[in-house]
Write a protein of this length. Structure first.
Ligand code: C2E
Ligand code: CA
Ligand code: CA
Ligand code: CA
Length: 277
């Protein structure tokens, strides 16, 4: 038993070392990722659930490292948040998505809104609004073409966050509450939150396989519509989910059923050029 315990400990300890080492590697390599142009964005369409037309996109960050290969955002974003690197990276995301959106508009595609994910650490910085303003000005992008996806974690400071949100929306930039339903924002808070969009978390969409779970989605959609918000269902993979969602008046969706997040060249194929007059 003693030998086992010892082995067990050794196993655990080397496991832990490997985890720490991987984290340190990521932290170090991430420092150079922007200048080495290893970061890029992929775009996942948001579609009108009735017409199936692409009406916008969410930009999602990707990292391809020459030695590590693809590192998923689920792995490197928490590291970037822990080390503060998310500030620089997040700013790069905002600038790149704005530049790309403008480029599509100039190519003659109908103006659309592209959303980006914003870490609570970016959001709470004093210079956040300036950063947003600078990104838009430099890209010459209309503020209404940018949406910031924030999570319920910003609600830990409701009053402060509300002030920031008000200023963002006064600029004309849109705000979406991501992963809705997984956090702890109360209905009271939601009611007074200056946002434009509610994004129903994938877990609720997955749960539509169970007919007893439909009430949750129905309730969220009704709530959002009553508050005059756009409702986006994320993580749609099956046709029947679309049927249930549309029956509950949810009009916008995103998910593998329509398209995975794709490179800009591929996304462009999904867009319809504006008719010449
Ligand atoms: P999220 O914001 O909730 O993004 C949705 C995630 O679900 C994306 O994973 C997307 O690829 C995936 N997804 C979309 N449709 C489906 C579907 O039908 N089925 C399944 N199984 N998955 C689907 P991804 O790209 O790996 O991103 C993971 C998370 O990393 C994001 O979750 C977001 O929290 C974070 N993230 C990604 N890009 C950024 C960024 O630029 N900045 C920040 N701060 N976070 C980011
Ligand atoms: Ca998101
Ligand atoms: Ca989400
Ligand atoms: Ca998520």
């Amino acid at each position: 038993a003693k030998a086992n315990g010892k082995n067990g400990f050794r196993f655990y300890s080397s496991d832990l070392n490997a985890t720490l080492e991987r984290k340190m590697t990521i932290e170090n390599e991430l420092k150079k990722a922007i200048e080495k142009e290893e970061l890029f964005l992929v775009y996942q369409p948001k579609v009108d659930l009735q017409s199936r037309e692409v009406i916008g996109a969410e930009a999602l960050l990707r990292w391809r490292h020459p030695k590590l290969g693809f590192v998923s955002p689920g792995e490197f974003i928490p590291v970037a948040e822990e080390t503060g690197q998310i500030i620089r990276i997040g700013e790069w995301v905002m600038r790149e998505a704005s530049r790309q959106n403008k480029a599509w508009q100039e190519k003659g595609f109908a103006p659309m809104c592209i959303s980006i994910n914003v870490s609570v650490l970016q959001f709470q910085r004093e210079d956040f609004l300036e950063t947003v303003d600078r990104a838009l000005t430099d890209a010459k992008l209309d503020p209404g073409s940018l949406e910031l996806e924030i999570t319920e974690s910003v609600m830990q400071n409701v009053w402060e966050s509300t002030q920031i949100l008000k200023r963002i929306r006064k600029m004309g930039v849109r705000v979406s509450l991501d992963d809705f339903g997984t956090g702890y924002s109360s209905l009271h808070v939601l009611q007074n939150l200056p946002i434009d969009t509610l994004k129903i978390d994938k877990s609720f969409i997955d749960a539509l396989t169970d007919i007893n779970q439909h009430a949750m989605v129905k309730t969220i959609v009704e709530l959002g519509l009553n508050l005059n918000l756009d409702i986006v269902a994320e993580g749609i993979e099956e046709e029947y989910q679309v049927q249930v969602l549309t029956s509950h008046k949810c009009r916008i969706g995103q998910g593998y059923l329509f398209s995975r997040p794709v490179a800009p060249e591929e996304f462009e194929q999904l867009l319809v050029p504006v008719q010449e007059t």
